[in-house]
Design a protein around this ligand. Structure first.
Ligand SMILES: *[C@@H]1O[C@H](CO)[C@@H](O)[C@H](O)[C@H]1NC(C)=O
Ligand SMILES: *[C@@H]1O[C@H](CO)[C@@H](O)[C@H](O)[C@H]1NC(C)=O
Length: 350
């Protein structure tokens, strides 16, 4: 009982602080689902995964050093949280369901993960979307314990922002590796995309079923233009076409959800288009290199696909702010800052 009272006091202080935050945020919290573009440290405790980045030079420009982010500094969701007036979100793995640390939201994203359970399994342990949602369920249970009454929790969740960016690994680390994954033997590309889209829609509705009402659903980025997939200076058009097809279906789902669930708000962030536009004018934003990674190189991995190598203690390029890409698959902090701003500028938030 005493503990409950104390926790409620902490909650109240937290809520007051969020209001005192200059009334800065129209959201109570932000919940993030996704892959390595959004992972802020969830994979780092798994001993049996290669999909992690919690070692230098990753994080060399981050205030607390390496965190698990595949970047020298902040990633897009960090900047988005900042832009909507929320603090840096903790990773679920760091806070689990503990106390007031979860009050402004939690990041559940996991490098290598996709919409399908199998996606990324060749990396070892990753957290697929459905498991990210199980973790959200635990967070919601904890909020119910912390707050007075279900009404308050409902109100709190209804004003929280959900950010999701997932799907590219279902192509990169599933469908496109026929040697290890069954999917391309069973489905043609359209059938596979159907499968992804149906599952994705169902998962979004599961999150909605837990009481969340404001969704920012991001397009998958043009993975064909990441250094890992660039050949002779050209983006891989096959990959970009796959992702573009997925994105146009996601857009359709967002429009459908908007009309069928009028009590919720679904926004669509055109990350694919924004990224291409940014690449097209990278020089204008002060970038000099957009087809090579600042850290590491691309090589054939033992798991079949190529993988980005920014090994522990690799020597990164000195002029990080002039590179679009940090490693062979993930943008630098400098690029993430611009991408987040462009996304924020082109999206009407829910
Ligand atoms: C592009 O990516 C696909 C799928 O991974 C691959 O099969 C192809 O060889 C790559 N290169 C080109 C030029 O399409
Ligand atoms: C975003 O919009 C703001 C305000 O209109 C503008 O000042 C800023 O330059 C824009 N950012 C980018 C990256 O286009």
């Amino acid at each position: 009982m005493k503990v409950d009272v104390w926790i409620n006091v902490v909650v109240m202080i937290g809520l007051l602080a969020s209001k005192a935050n200059g009334g800065a945020s129209k959201y109570t919290a932000m919940y993030v689902f996704g892959d390595s573009l959004s992972d802020a440290g969830n994979n780092k405790y798994f001993v049996d995964t290669s999909a992690k980045a919690n070692f230098l030079p990753n994080g060399m420009d981050f205030s607390s050093g390496p965190t698990g982010r595949f970047c020298n500094g902040k990633i897009i969701v960090d900047f988005i949280a900042e832009m909507v007036g929320l603090p840096l979100l903790p990773s679920y793995a760091d806070v689990s369901v503990k106390g007031a640390t979860i009050l402004y939201g939690v990041n559940y994203a996991s490098a290598g993960a996709g919409i399908l359970r199998d996606t990324g399994y060749r990396f070892g342990r990753v957290i697929p979307l459905e498991e990210q949602i199980s973790k959200l369920r635990k967070t919601v249970d904890e909020l119910k314990r912390q707050m007075q009454g279900n009404d308050e929790v409902s109100k709190y969740l209804a004003s929280a922002l959900v950010f999701i960016n997932i799907g590219s690994n279902d192509y990169l680390n599933n469908y496109n590796i026929p040697k290890y994954y069954q999917s391309s033997h069973i489905y043609n590309l359209h059938q596979f995309t159907d499968l992804l889209i149906n599952r994705y829609r169902q998962k979004i509705l599961e999150i909605q079923g837990l009481g969340l009402r404001k969704f920012l659903i991001s397009e998958a980025s043009p993975i064909g233009c990441a250094p890992i997939n660039i050949e002779k200076g050209e983006c891989n058009a096959t990959l970009n076409k796959m992702v573009a097809m997925f994105n146009s279906r996601v857009k359709g789902v967002v429009q459908e959800l908007r009309s069928n669930y009028p009590g919720s708000a679904f926004s669509y962030a055109p990350a694919f288009e924004v990224f291409l536009r940014f690449l097209g004018n990278a020089e204008g934003y002060g970038f000099k290199v957009k087809d090579k990674a600042c850290c590491g190189e691309v090589s054939e991995s033992e798991t079949g696909g190529t993988k980005p190598l920014c090994f522990a203690n690799s020597t990164p390029c000195p002029n990080r702010d002039e590179y679009v890409f940090w490693d062979a698959a993930h943008p630098t902090q400098a690029a993430n800052r611009i991408l987040a701003t462009l996304l924020h500028n082109t999206t009407s938030l829910p």
